[in-house]
Design a protein around this ligand. Structure first.
Ligand code: HEM
Length: 427
């Protein structure tokens, strides 16, 4: 892995949020008409969940053809474990609902697969994400993070969402799949289509998907003629019950890895830096007690869990006293479950030495994140290197911080004033 020179987004983060706001109707009541695609949702999510928890633990909105939003740990968990009444055929809420025709496979196995196929699709992936495979990538990831910081030069204020966090996961997954590092910018475009861009016009979305399909087809064809020991070659030669994976299966899984593995971890790294930039006592503690880092990472994942998934109701069912009808969307906000006082002591406080922390950031049940070892390694190394190089840093302009839009939550613009070890010492 080496660093790229392409660092800054052209459109400012503020412009992007104004654009997203223009795509959805205004929201005046989060309990009866919420819209997770409104930029105000992610910017204020913990407050919105708290408001819902106190009033109506399973909120409903007529948007997207009818969407439920449970916020208690109990309800989120019940739905995640109930694969009889809830399908994963499409895990991203959008205007067009899935028809049920692609069950049990879905377009991006295993995340879009239901039992019994899900089990097989998941099993294929597990060896590539085993702990020993991930620890083998640690040194390279550390060097990559140092390379990104070297590029900051002598700048005192750095947008660490844009110039640091967002580059680490694409580099790691490109390395695993043996795809060019320069394609990182394209991967982020695909993520935009799949997640942030769901409120865009249908033609814009269609063009984005076609570009992703064409990209995957090209890379898969190239690799089929030139197999190596990378993850893409592995998928091309892997077998299920004695047969190679269907080409659509390979394509869908690679698309999933590009989408599921990037802005999730980018968001987790960004939120962690946001926390330490505004909590100097926690930063000082981490500098003084570096052995606390793995425990602190778990608390970052709990408190700032980036991923909300979705299900569609497969058979009518009642949850929390609410009648859910076949075809309804259900958002599964694992981050809200992590802040439920019924499940965690001092749930809304961030305790970087929290001892008991059975958080749900990586999901619950059969779809629990396959990439959790990798994600944990990336977040830990990104923080370790950042704190080593900058033992003191703070928000440069709290008003300039902006958040992503949609089901993955994390800072997208995060200007931070940094002080290197030498400068901090000279103070
Ligand atoms: C902090 C970073 C990450 C978070 C918080 C996260 C979270 C999640 C969650 C909540 C699920 C469950 C989905 C559901 O119930 O529908 C999931 C599934 C999945 N994640 Fe992650 N993820 C992260 C990083 C990654 C990475 C780095 C990869 C791989 C490159 C990855 C690959 C997957 C896959 C393949 C699944 C589907 C598993 C299945 O359906 O059996 N994730 N992730």
């Amino acid at each position: 892995m080496t660093t790229t020179d392409k660092h800054h987004d052209t459109a400012s983060a503020g412009d992007r949020n104004a654009h997203y706001e223009s795509l959805v109707d205004p929201v005046t009541d989060w309990t009866t008409d919420f819209d997770h695609m409104h930029p105000a949702y992610n910017a204020n999510a913990p407050e919105i969940w708290q408001q819902l928890r106190e009033g109506c633990p399973v909120a409903h909105s007529p948007r997207y053809g009818g969407t439920w939003l449970p916020v208690s740990h109990e309800d989120v968990s019940a739905i995640a474990y109930d694969t009889e009444h809830f399908s994963s055929e499409d895990v991203v809420v959008k205007r067009i609902k899935p028809t049920g025709e692609s069950r049990p496979y879905g377009g991006a196995p295993p995340i879009t697969s239901d039992p019994p196929f899900h089990h097989h699709a998941r099993r294929v992936l597990l060896p590539a994400f085993a702990p020993q495979k991930i620890s083998a990538m640690e040194a390279e990831t550390r060097a990559f993070c140092h390379g990104l910081i070297d590029k900051f030069g002598s700048a005192e204020v750095v947008d660490v969402a844009d110039q640091y966090a967002k580059h680490i996961p694409p580099a790691v997954i490109a390395h695993m799949l043996d795809l060019p590092l320069e394609d990182g910018e394209l991967f982020r475009e695909f993520i935009h289509v799949a997640l942030e861009g769901i409120a865009e016009d249908q033609e814009v979305r269609q063009a984005g998907w076609q570009k992703l399909d064409a990209y995957l087809d090209r890379r898969i064809a190239e690799r089929s003629d030139n197999l190596g020991d990378d993850l893409l070659s592995f998928l091309l030669t892997a077998e299920l019950d004695g047969n190679r994976l269907h080409p659509d299966h390979v394509r869908g899984t690679v698309a999933l890895l590009l989408i599921a593995g990037i802005d999730t971890t980018w968001s987790a790294i960004g939120s962690s830096l946001w926390h330490f930039a505004r909590t100097p006592s926690d930063l000082a503690r981490l500098v003084a007690e570096p052995e606390l880092l793995p425990v602190a990472v778990e608390e970052m994942l709990r408190a700032y869990a980036p991923v909300t998934m979705a299900r569609t109701v497969a058979k009518d069912v009642e949850v929390g006293g609410c009648p859910m009808k076949a075809g309804d969307w259900v958002l599964l906000p694992f981050p809200a479950a992590n802040r439920d006082p019924a499940a965690f002591d001092r749930a809304d406080e961030v305790l970087i030495d929290r001892e008991i922390n059975r958080h749900t950031a990586f999901g619950l049940g059969i779809h629990r994140c396959v990439g959790s070892n990798l994600a944990r390694m990336e977040v830990r190394i990104a923080l370790e290197v950042f704190v080593e190089r900058f033992p003191e840093f703070e928000l440069a302009d709290p008003a300039a911080v902006t958040w992503s839009v949609g089901q993955v939550r994390g800072p997208r613009s995060l200007p931070i004033r940094v002080r290197s070890r030498a400068t901090a010492r000279a103070k």
